[in-house]
Design a protein around this ligand. Structure first.
Ligand code: G6P
Length: 312
């Protein structure tokens, strides 16, 4: 039986969820993807939240039961009437009728907070940039796109911290992959170069066998691409790190591992014959994305495609 494949992208406010979601949708082909943001399931509008003194991060501030119902419906290919929260006005708009495409990406703050919701996903990603970087991203986004002043954003971050700690960050434990983009050093931020990425790969889903990169010169501790063993929230995990200055040759080795049994990914990575997708997968002529971001998108896409194979 074929049914939509569901990807979760969960993380705190301004952790990079939308950027990653859009990138993955590009790789899968936007026409094949339905995007859902769980901010639409807020229970109170902006004014009500202020009056009650509750933050959007609190479970009680969201219709998690309805979100859960909708996830289950989408998973079985059924349509939903999704509420709509406008970040522009801070109020709700008319609901949208949504029929799931082949792939559904659900991004949001509390996507893994209940057991039933967690059960709906095929692949669960948690975004965990260093807090300093997240604060920077949040100030940038909320001042440029949501009409706040930097002071207001910083005050809001502080106000939300207890809820972040209690409700958002613990969800990391439920993810199959934890994605952390981080600056190469304290002095260098992402504006002068590309961010590095650290991917925690939990054994909850079968990852591609990256071990060949360990035995080659590409994978040693000095290299721009490293694979190692670690613990995350006390559980053993594999950790794959890709530096922003990785070369195309190094990136190709990693891509080769993922693409070998996936013709579609092969075409994504074939930068010469497929310049448009090549741009998404990294660089062709003009650099659109960093290799760490491109590889992260590719690994997640790999899992979406694997899940498709399992259910068809
Ligand atoms: C944060 C979250 C959003 C959430 C919003 C609500 O910014 O990232 O996902 O919807 O808080 O707050 P608002 O600024 O719309 O009142």
């Amino acid at each position: 039986m074929s049914r939509p494949i569901i990807l979760g992208i969960v993380g705190d406010s301004a952790a990079g969820k939308t950027t990653l979601t859009r990138g993955i949708a590009q790789v899968l082909g936007p026409e094949n993807v339905t995007l859902i943001c769980t901010d639409d399931y807020h229970r109170y509008d902006r004014q009500q939240r202020a009056e009650i003194g509750i933050t959007a991060l609190h479970p009680d501030c969201n219709h998690l039961d309805i979100m859960q119902q909708h996830l289950s419906l989408l998973r079985t290919g059924q349509p939903i009437l999704k509420p709509v929260y406008s970040h522009k006005t801070g109020t709700f708009e008319a609901p949208h009728y949504i029929k799931p495409n082949k792939f559904v990406i659900i991004e949001g703050l509390l996507g893994y907070s209940t057991r039933a919701a967690r059960d709906a996903y095929d692949v669960k990603v948690y975004l965990a940039p260093p807090e300093q970087l997240r604060a920077k991203w949040k100030v940038k986004r909320d001042t440029q796109k949501r009409g706040y002043t930097p002071e207001q954003v910083l005050a809001e971050l502080e106000k939300r911290e207890p809820d972040s700690e209690q409700y958002i960050r613990p969800q990391r434990q439920w993810s199959d992959i934890v994605v952390s983009f981080y600056p190469p050093s304290e002095e260098e931020d992402e504006t002068n170069g590309h961010l590095n990425v650290r991917l925690v790969l939990r054994p909850t889903i079968p990852h591609p066998d990256f071990t060949p990169i360990v035995s080659s010169s590409t994978g040693n501790s000095e290299s721009a691409i490293r694979l190692g063993l670690d613990r995350d929230m006390s559980k053993p995990v594999d950790v794959l790190e890709v530096d922003g200055h990785a070369t195309l040759e190094q990136v190709n080795k990693l891509e080769h591992i993922m693409c070998s049994d996936m013709p579609y990914l092969q075409s994504v990575c074939d930068r010469e014959s497929n310049p448009e997708l090549g741009k998404i997968a990294g660089t062709t002529g003009e650099t659109l994305q960093s290799y760490p971001l491109a590889l992260t998108q590719l690994i997640i896409t790999y899992h979406m495609l694997k899940a498709t194979q399992m259910y068809q």
